[in-house]
Design a protein around this ligand. Structure first.
Ligand SMILES: C[S@@+](CC[C@H](N)C(=O)[O-])C[C@H]1O[C@@H](n2cnc3c(N)ncnc32)[C@H](O)[C@@H]1O
Length: 610
């Protein structure tokens, strides 16, 4: 999958690198852009340039950005099947190859908040027994994200985070504390956390097991290659590398697949220059052919041969030569130049001359000859010196090796080679196409996996929000219960008061310090003709009733001032317009504060005046 380069975005990445030393330039662009866009949206920046300006003026935004980009999704026993293979197959093999007391070194690269290294820790403790584990195991757990590392060091997890751990391991390796579950400290000591940027920091060395899952996939392929080369360096020969289920290693490079489905690989060391060229076996000793068969061998040799003496006279012609060139035994003794063979198929005289002159064998290859029957043949013709007694020259041997079949084979071979080359090129291009398609699929897959990670992360965010909302809801429900309780209490108190007021013989009117009516009993309604809802809150002196309220002003003021007053009798009329004499008794309405008066209670009776 190709991503077009956006120069503004690249500049923004360079700015982040130069300002904070965090180099995201090697990360996959689509994932990275989504992370940045999320933050841009949050701070209201319209484009990459605006976001860069925002970062310049708000340094705190860097940590928000890093938190968004470094997705820390992880979990205990994440992708359980891989851990099953580790427990049942890889770890036993590893332990068998590292006999006691050899140390076992593990590297969890991109460990996030620690669930992965603690999972490894549990597996090894189970396989080795706790004592051997404590003596022999070192788990180096690294990440670039300091916040995640701090959580990992704390080793405290919620019940939900522990849910994927088999119950018996949970019981054995975690203790309740700090409102959560803490990984046991005595085992935790073998896990060493540290910050390591896979992109630029050197690797941990001499590692037997390297677990780096769902981390490589954030990097662009060329950076992945570099990181993998570091992993290769980090691992001991025979050590295992485990990557995430969506991550793939380039075929045929560095690591050998061990369990491809579970993304487990081995460093078998063959990628190191360790090839030995086998030495050829010693040749068997040559066997002496025996000289007594020399003549017969010459006569019946499969190669046409003519021997000439020092004066270029034919000294011998073997059977094949006679048949091939139409020579007869009687030609023996004749000068070679008198025979057709001296110039056909090749000019022998100059060749013989050259051999004699240089005292060295001479040869001509691929001499074409059209035979009398029209067939074409080719020969390799060679002239060799024949040594005589002492150091003298006895003559020359001329051999015609028929290379027709050989030539045809060579041509066929050449043809086949060319065809093979074409086929190979076609194959190569198909393989390359396949590889590209494969890489694209892989990349799409990793993209999807990344999106999945992000969705998972969003999901977790939503879950957290949900939990927060749930907690707010519970608080609101508690408050609601309290309010309901208070309303019930108030209603009960009101009913009680109304019942008290209606049980008193006299009409009861209560006013506050501003002389507004705050209680009006049913008897008051009966006598004066106004209902409580018509008078409550109104100024008592503004009421249009048969009671001459203005005459009560003085006694009410006295009571409010704490002087108290004696009952008053005034004349007026009742709701039916009948003349009545009102007897009014005043009492102060005590407030919550000691000696405070918050109103006046008026008790009145009405007697008709006949
Ligand atoms: C999705 S988590 C994987 C956690 C764990 N390995 C797992 O599979 O459950 C990816 C981790 O890679 C880390 N990471 C990202 N860039 C890194 C870098 N340059 N060097 C080291 N770790 C890096 C992130 O901080 C994050 O914790």
């Amino acid at each position: 999958m190709t991503t077009t380069i956006d120069p503004d975005f690249e500049r923004l990445l360079e700015y982040v690198r130069d300002a904070r030393g965090f180099d995201y330039t090697g990360y996959r662009r689509p994932t990275l852009m989504r992370g940045f866009e999320k933050r841009m949206h949050a701070v209201g920046a319209a484009d990459w340039g605006a976001y860069r300006a925002y970062l310049e003026h708000h340094p705190d935004e860097f940590s928000e950005l890093f938190n968004t980009i470094l997705i820390n999704v992880t979990g205990f026993f994440r992708d359980k099947e891989t851990w099953d293979v580790l427990a049942e197959d890889v770890v036993p093999k590893l332990l068998a190859s590292r006999e006691e007391p050899a140390s076992i070194r593990v590297w969890s690269a991109g460990c996030a908040s620690g669930e992965e290294p603690y999972t490894i820790s549990m597996l090894l403790a189970e396989a080795l027994g706790e004592e051997a584990y404590k003596d022999r195991v070192k788990i180096y757990a690294t990440d670039v994200d300091e916040e995640a590392l701090a959580q990992a060091r704390d080793a405290t997890y919620s019940a939900r985070q522990l849910s994927e751990i088999p119950a018996e391991l949970r019981e054995k390796y975690f203790q309740r504390a700090n409102g959560g579950f803490v990984f046991r400290n005595d085992l935790r000591r073998s896990v060493i956390f540290g910050r390591n940027d896979l992109h630029k920091d050197p690797p941990i060395s001499r590692v037997d097991l390297l677990v780096s899952r769902n981390t490589l996939m954030y990097f662009a392929p060329e950076i992945q290659e570099r990181i993998l080369a570091n992993f290769y360096f980090a691992l001991n020969r025979g050590g295992y590398l485990i990557v995430g289920k969506a991550e793939a290693l380039q075929k045929g490079r560095l690591f050998v697949p061990y369990n491809l489905k579970r993304r487990i690989f081995v460093k078998d060391g063959s990628a190191e220059p360790a090839f030995h060229v086998p030495r050829p076996a010693a040749l068997p000793e040559m066997v002496d052919a025996g000289m007594e068969f020399g003549d017969a061998a010459f006569e019946h040799a499969p190669v046409a041969q003519i021997v000439v003496d020092t004066k270029n006279r034919v000294a011998a012609v073997n059977q094949v030569a006679r048949a091939l060139f139409g020579l007869k035994l009687k030609d023996v003794g004749r000068p070679l130049q008198d025979l057709e063979v001296s110039y056909r198929p090749v000019e022998l005289r100059s060749l013989i001359e050259e051999t004699r002159r240089n005292r060295r064998a001479a040869a001509v290859k691929d001499v074409e000859w059209e035979m009398p029957k029209g067939t074409r043949r080719s020969f390799d013709v060679s002239v060799a010196l024949l040594a005589g007694v002492g150091n003298g020259l006895a003559g020359l041997s001329i051999a015609f090796v028929d290379s027709t079949a050989h030539r045809a084979l060579e041509q066929q071979l050449e043809h086949a080679r060319r065809e093979l080359e074409t086929a190979y090129e076609e194959l190569q291009s198909t393989v390359e196409e396949l590889e590209t398609t494969n890489a694209e699929l892989q990349s799409t897959n990793e993209e999807l996996e990344t999106t999945n990670e992000e969705l998972q992360s969003t999901n977790e965010e939503l879950e957290t929000m949900n939990e927060e909302l749930q907690s707010t809801n519970e608080e609101l429900e508690t408050m609601n219960d309290e309010l309901r309780q208070r309303t019930d209490d108030t209603m009960r108190a009101n009913a009680f008061l109304t019942s008290v007021l209606s049980s008193v013989q006299q009409a009861v009117i209560v006013v506050d310090r501003e002389l507004r009516v705050i209680a009006w009993s049913s008897q008051a309604s009966e006598i004066l003709g106004l209902r409580d809802d018509e008078v409550e809150g109104r100024h008592v002196f503004n009421l249009d009733v048969g009671l001459p309220v203005s005459q009560l002003r003085e006694p009410i003021r006295h009571v409010l001032n704490g002087v108290g007053d004696s009952p008053v009798t005034v004349e007026g009329h009742n709701r039916r317009g009948q003349a009545v004499r009102y007897s009014v008794v005043f009492a102060p309405l005590a407030g919550n504060e000691p000696d405070s008066i918050v109103g006046v209670i008026l008790l009145l009776t009405a007697d008709r005046i006949d």
